[in-house]
Structure formats: C-alpha cells, structure tokens
Design a protein around this ligand. Structure first.
Ligand code: FES
Ligand code: FES
Length: 140
C-alpha cells in the first residue's frame, strides 16, 4: 500500500484475494453507498466510501454478487479511490479499471459496474451533506 495512486499492481491477486470486502454503516452521515446492477447479466455491486470533512475518501468497502471480473474490478476500485478527493474518484473511468485488469471486451461491463458504483456512492454522500446543511439552516 502507500499513497493514493500506489494501488496493488498484481492484478491476478485482485481475483484471488479481493481487498476491502465488507460493509460500512450506510446510515452514517460520512458514508456513501452506491448500489448498481448490470442489466446485461444481473450482477450487482455495492460499493461504499467513508469521507473525511474535506471530502477525501478514507475508507472503502464493497460487496459484489457477480462474476470474477466484477469482484476484481470492485477490489481494484476500492484500492484506487482510497485517499482520493471524492470528486476525483467520481471521474474514474471503467476503461482505467479494465486496462489495469486486462479485461477482455465481453467483460467491460463488469468494470462499468465499478465506475457506476463509485459515482453512486459519491452522489449519496453529497446528498447527505446537502440534507445535513439544510437541516442545520432550519435549526438556526
Ligand atoms: Fe499492495 Fe497496496 S500496493 S496492497
Ligand atoms: Fe456481468 Fe461480470 S458483471 S459478467
């Protein structure tokens, strides 16, 4: 491990030993949850992020009910985004993940799940922050 960009280079290892499998408390105000499905195959991915007050991702977990490539994509994604500002994580493309894992064309949609799940998780945190701000304004 290391800084934000030094995720694991041994891609096979993401198939054999997926990282960051698990769940974060989805009701926590600093946790964003992205739950997405692939219409092509019915596989489902849940990816969660915890952000600090500056919007940097400090922790990420996933649970994927899907093929090996989807699991490897989510494992890699959780490693890639740790330490990143969430806006930057939301710009990660499935191409980046697919290239890293050397996915064949028929497996591209598996990495698309990871891109979509990151975006959905970031959106969830942003929405929670808006609601929080709104409720504070109302209390004031
Ligand atoms: Fe191997 Fe982070 S570079 S676990
Ligand atoms: Fe559908 Fe991989 S997510 S085959």
């Amino acid at each position: 491990a290391g800084g934000a960009r030094t995720y694991h280079k041994n891609v096979l290892d993401h198939y054999e030993n997926p990282r960051n499998v698990g769940s974060l408390d989805r009701n926590s105000p600093d946790v964003g949850t992205g739950l997405v499905g692939a219409p092509a195959c019915g596989d489902v991915m849940k990816l969660q992020i915890r952000v600090d007050e500056n919007g940097n991702i400090v922790e990420s977990k996933f649970k994927t009910f899907g093929c090996g490539s989807a699991i490897a994509s989510s494992s890699l994604a959780t490693e890639m985004i740790r330490g990143m500002p969430m806006e930057e994580a939301a710009r990660i493309k499935n191409k980046d993940i697919a290239a890293e894992l050397k996915l064949p064309p028929v497996k591209l949609h598996c990495s698309m799940l990871a891109e979509d799940a990151i975006k959905a998780a970031v959106k969830d945190v942003l929405k929670k922050r808006e609601l929080h701000k709104a409720s504070q304004t109302m209390e004031a």
